[in-house]
Ligand binder design. Sequence first.
Ligand code: NAD
Length: 291
Amino acid sequence: MEITSVGIVGAGQMGNGIAHVFALAGYDVLLTDVSHEALDKALALIDRNLERQASRGKITAEDRTAALGRIATTQRLADLGNCDLIIEAATEREAVKQAIFAEVLPHLKPSTILATNTSSISITRLASRTDRPERFIGLHFMNPVPVMQLVEIIRGIATDGATYEAMLKVVERIGKTSASAEDFPAFIVNRILMPMINEAVYALYEGVGNVKSIDESMKLGANHPMGPLELADFIGLDTCLAIMNVLHEGLADTKYRPCPLMTKYVEAGWLGRKTGRGFYDYRGETPVPTR
Ligand code: NAD
């Protein structure tokens, strides 16, 4: 099955990056979001990020213009009807994702592959609610998408071999490397990464360290390029909390209980970089720790 056009649902942090890499690889991209503002912001950001790549000599000015020309936007899911592959990258809430699939499915060709960028929700369960569990798959990109090399490919219990093979080729064509993960809560990267971030929030909650000392410790003591709290802000605390809840419920082990302090930040709307405040306050010139 030849894939030439890709529909991307959700134009947030991940959706814009996914649109960027697919357009650069020569796919026609149709990007959709419920929010007009999110679409405008995504296009502006893609333009800026392509410009940065061009100024560093990673792509040519022609590549940048051609990639931008391949991206169209719409607020109507029905417009995705002609796409060969749909990648859902909307908010990490199962009800949101299911509603999107229910709305888009009647407009799709039978051959269209449905992929989700979920960080943690069961691919098998999401697939079972659609008319094509055999052509449903997890395609888990890392943030920021244009920079990060890995894409996890997650087969649900019903995903067929042809869909899996097609996704291996797609990941190769966009110049990334895939790792195959089984469909268990949070797959590989987040199964390991999120409990570490959650533990860093517990260390903050219990007063073992403050934001600065925890991040400095992991950067200088474990050679991590970013501290865990800085990374949590970068990912989005709502996404981190959602993933911890999926691990906690899906594996029924108290070692995955989300830290109450993480819940409190999310309740405050302090979701990290995307809202201007999280474990750091980003509203000034330089990020200032909030604890
Ligand atoms: P985000 O909050 O930046 O963006 C989500 C976007 O989805 C928003 O623009 C919102 O308007 C849109 N949206 C919500 N409901 C919609 C609907 N019904 N139809 C169309 N658009 C809708 O979130 P994000 O960080 O981009 O995360 C998106 C997905 O990617 C989540 O499933 C998340 O788990 C996953 N993911 C996130 C990261 C990360 O580091 N942030 C990494 C890998 C995967």
